[in-house]
Design a protein around this ligand. Sequence first.
Ligand SMILES: Nc1nc2c(ncn2[C@@H]2O[C@H](COP(=O)(O)O)[C@@H](O)[C@H]2O)c(=O)[nH]1
Ligand SMILES: [Mn+2]
Length: 521
Amino acid sequence: MPATRITIALNVKQSQKAPLLLPASASLNPSSPNSCHFLVVKATQSKLRLKKVSRILVAGTGQEFCAESGWKDALKDDVTLLSSASEEYVGVRKENALRDQANPHCTISILAQRVPVDQLSITQLETTAHTLPRLIHATAQPTYTLARSFLLVQYLCQGWIHLPLIRGDIECGMTWWLRGLEGPWRRQSDRKEWLANGKECSSAGEQWDSALGTIGAGNHFAEIQVVESSSMTSGGGLGLYEDEVVLLVHSGSRGYGGHVLEKYTSMEEYMKEHDKACRWAKSNRDLIALRFLSCLEPGEETWEIGCNPPTEDLNHEIVSQARARIQERKVVDIWHNNVERIEWPLGPPSTTIAGLFLEEKTSSLSLDTDHGTPQKDYMYIHRKGAAPTYNPSTSLPLSILPLPGSRGTPTIMLRPLFSEATSWGFKSALSLAHGPGRSMSRAKALSSLSQKYKNPDVLLQPNSASQSQGGPNEQDLVWEEAPEAYKDVYAVCDDLVREGVAEVIGWCRARVSYRVRNDLG
Ligand SMILES: Nc1nc2c(ncn2[C@@H]2O[C@H](COP(=O)(O)O)[C@@H](O)[C@H]2O)c(=O)[nH]1
Ligand SMILES: [Mn+2]
């Protein structure tokens, strides 16, 4: 087979381009060392001077190459491939094969008013909503921005899942907890025991399991907070009450989710791996809490297994007991990046939120109402940076969700609202923003805020969490994580409240913030 003659260009500046010949010997499998993917990335770095290429898109359609099959379908002479540093496709998607299945009636809710959302992002959202097959509804949370791809957009999709809407970090979530942490936790045999919950073991092999119980870098953190205000009244079920000290853990599957995206072969296989990564991440947050508890409540025998180094192999009974005790202390635990399958329509109408929501929507969307008996189908909620508003295993509404701002601003306690005005949750795609996100990159925060606040202590006083990390490199975190580097959590909250999708039931403030700058496991 001859070489393939293509053009490479920058997604954000498509006039900046260069020709490239891909030899016939180059593999289509992106994970091979000499793959077309690798050659395009290398050429982009050297010829177009874009250092970090995270996505490769096809000019004209915006199609993203996630796997070998994508390369097979789209690689041909004269195609132009756009390199993206993670931003969404720039340009109008030309009519193509998707056109036949396009869905001009996909509804869109934009939950932002006080928070500015730029026009390019809105256009992108509308194009995606009306182009990708089988989408029936798209919701942009107040913090939606194109620059962070589909952050805080949820799509409801009938029967299909669209991987580019979800991308690699499929399992990340947050857990709020009532009430040693460095390096790998114990041995692989112990980690497997921790991941063997019931019949299903979520072990992903030692390569990934070795990070179990660790938080990871980036935006991930564990925070000891104080509940400064709460309208929750004690006396029934778990809640967060004024003056309590709580632990908020934000961590995911530590790279395993990204690996799943690369290796999927079919929708079934992908979903199986996706679910496993989600379970892995949940077990990870459980274990992080256990490790914290072993430091915070040192006399308590059940938490002792959180400590390193291991004295002996863990047995099933000890692990089950610790896991059960951890569940008792858990207030809420959600994934904010994942795909969730829900039955569509649910019948018969029930008192559950999903029941109310689906009953409401099926009538207005006229889904298969030909013979009066709706056909059972599935919807896939694609959550990218938003929490579910109900418990997926019981379909019951959640009574509390965290909306964390930053290390120095409060974490607002939200209660999702369901009413006729919001079509029983449909308006927000049964989801709520998981945090406002950054307003400036880490690099920009470090350069500009370190100039503005020469003495970093200013940023740690008053009412700011103290850091658990030391060392010169870690000190940069003070500037990188300054509240100014994040968008306004109050504005996000106002928008959600005004849209009628949530109410504020209190807030917590960080007292101790634990995070790592370099991800050494
Ligand atoms: N309470 C804290 N919130 C924080 C901190 N750092 C970031 N954040 C917020 O959390 C979310 C996480 O977003 P993700 O996209 O990485 O999942 C983000 O929106 C921030 O606003 C912190 O140290 N404490
Ligand atoms: Mn996250």
